[in-house]
Design a protein around this ligand. Sequence first.
Ligand code: FES
Ligand code: FES
Length: 91
Amino acid sequence: MCKDAIVFNNKPKGVTLDAWIPYYICACGRSKEGVFCDGSHEGTNCLPKKVIVEKTKQYHICMCKTSNSFPFCDGTHSMYADEEVGKSVKP
Ligand code: FES
Ligand code: FES
C-alpha cells in the first residue's frame, strides 16, 4: 500500500483483464477512472502496480487502494465508510 494514496472507492470494481498483457493499476487513487494509472500519481510517493494475469477473465480490482493483495480486492475496503471516499488511506 502507498501511504500517500487516497480512497478512490470503498468497493472493488470488476474489470476484465486479458492474459499475458501487462497492466499498470493505479495505486494512488488519483487516476481519473480509478483503475489504470494515468500519470496522476506525479508528486506523490506512489507508483502503479504492474500486473500480468494468466487467465482472461473479470477480476475485482481494489479501489480503496489498501488491499493486502493489491491490486486485487481482499475485503479490506470494509473499513472505509462512504464519507472516507476521496480521503487519505488509513495506515
Ligand atoms: Fe495512480 Fe498512477 S495515477 S498510480
Ligand atoms: Fe476491496 Fe480495496 S476495494 S480491498
